[in-house]
Design a protein around this ligand. Structure first.
Ligand SMILES: Cc1ncc(C[n+]2csc(CCOP(=O)(O)OP(=O)(O)O)c2C)c(N)n1
Length: 423
């Protein structure tokens, strides 16, 4: 029995109990697997376990307001994390949090309308900072709104924060125990919740929010040589502000997090169980009914998986696809301890020598081939051309080993920056 088993059992039981009276009453069923012998009851006492409760706005928010008034004075270091959400939802959240003393973290998928208000780039900070630096950043209460959070480092950081309390605010009232610390699910829109939150005279420490802002601001984005990370930054930082950016799983969405996107760019991504399938179809479909320029950033396997999506009558010239072709599923190079010698590379990364050129051209795309910094910079004009009469596919060829090395260099430089800051 591991700690993770216990967490999972606790989560399942909490989910079941929360469902008993969720919009009506009904029975729930919990399966408890037992192994033989079945009749020795040796535990002297049952352990204390974490219980999740749900609050809602059913009495015009009076119970929730009371709860906040009672609870919030217990916390000084309150961290709000807004996960994946649409631009419209993000505007609502930003209207609540702008100018407040709350530390507010978000990622590119959070579609934050004004990048300066929220803390961005925290994943790099969590990588670079030493354990003792992280102490001051640990919250005592974390509040999540919205959907998926990409940063694995944030999840680990919060999971390792002792005595953390987590509240999740969502209109559907369903729990999401992301940091293994969820105690309260608030069934409300973020706007309703924050309206009551800021009425409750919480004793927030403004210095805590400032520490997050200042620490992240110390870490500029270091330059790298030609590689996947280089190409992603050049393309994304040059996007027009009215663009829609579709991110495929999995390096595409992770590398995008390292970029400063122009304000106004709307970000779409099929997160959840993070499948590499369907990313081309989703972008093609979205662009077909969009009056904006739509860019898709996609890895080679994800592209070839779904290349059939280009074969339909609705592809328009507002679609721009950037295929990051490093000859296989390169994200696996980043897995520590995976030895890529021998057949492992072939079987794990599905290495190949295919190109999108023939297929893209046969479907009427303008095809651009990029193999170095010079050809990349030259191709950007065509990729970004608003007046283009055909859809564009830009294929960036890189070498997976170099990509992995440049990413290591990038993170090494970030760590050095942090050390210099401490000196
Ligand atoms: C449908 C599906 N199959 C398999 C996986 C496992 N998987 C995760 S990342 C990945 C490789 C993706 O390769 P690519 O699209 O070239 O992107 P890269 O990682 O190289 O950036 C695979 C196969 C998945 N996430 N979804």
């Amino acid at each position: 029995r591991t700690e993770e088993d216990e967490w999972y059992a606790n989560r399942l039981v909490n989910e079941a109990l929360l469902e008993v009276d969720h919009h009506g009453y009904g029975p729930v069923h919990i399966n408890v697997p037992l192994s033989e012998p079945l009749f020795y009851f040796t535990a002297e006492a049952l352990p204390s376990v974490r219980r999740m409760v749900r609050r809602d706005m059913s009495d015009e928010g009076r119970t929730l307001a009371f709860f906040l008034k009672e609870e919030l004075p217990k916390y000084r270091r309150v961290l709000v994390v807004s996960g994946q959400m649409s631009s419209d939802e993000a505007v609502g959240v930003a209207a609540c949090l702008s100018g407040s003393r709350v530390a507010w973290l978000t990622e590119v998928l959070g579609n934050c309308p004004s990048a300066s208000e929220a803390v961005r780039g925290f994943d790099a900070l969590l990588y670079a900072a030493r354990e003792e630096d992280l102490q001051a950043l640990r919250p005592d209460l974390v509040i999540t709104v919205g959907g998926h959070v990409v940063s694995k480092r944030l999840k680990q950081f919060l999971r390792r924060t002792p005595s953390l309390v987590h509240w999740h605010v969502s209109p559907d009232g369903l729990p999401a125990d992301l940091f293994c610390a969820l105690t309260t699910v608030v069934e409300a829109s973020p706007a309703d919740f924050f309206r009551l939150f800021f009425r409750s005279e919480a004793l927030l420490s403004g210095a805590y929010a400032q520490l997050w802002h200042e620490s992240c601001a110390r870490l500029a984005s270091p330059e790298t040589g030609y590689s996947e990370i280089y190409a992603v930054r050049r393309v994304l930082e040059a996007l027009p502000p009215h663009a829609v950016l579709h991110l495929a799983n999995s390096s595409a969405v992770r590398l995008a997090e390292l970029c400063r996107l122009p304000e106004g760019v709307e970000v779409q991504c099929n997160r959840g169980v993070n499948g590499i399938e369907g990313s081309v179809s989703a972008a093609v479909g979205y662009a077909a009914v969009s009056d904006r320029l739509n860019f898709l950033l996609v890895g080679d396997l994800s592209f070839f998986y779904d290349m059939n999506a280009l074969w339909n009558g609705h592809v328009r010239s507002n679609l721009r696809i950037v295929v990051l072709n490093n000859g296989g599923g390169a994200i696996f190079h980043a897995l520590p301890g995976l030895d890529m010698a021998g057949d492992t590379r072939r079987f794990v990364t599905a290495s190949h020598g295919a190109s999108a050129a023939g297929w893209a051209e046969s479907q009427g795309f303008t095809y651009l081939r990029v193999t170095d910094t010079v050809s990349l910079l030259a191709a950007l004009d065509d990729l970004l051309d608003e007046a283009a009469t055909a859809p564009v596919l830009l294929e960036v060829f890189t070498d997976a080993e170099t990509d992995a090395e440049e990413q290591r260099n990038y993170y090494h430089a970030i760590k050095e920056e942090w050390k210099n800051f401490l000196r």
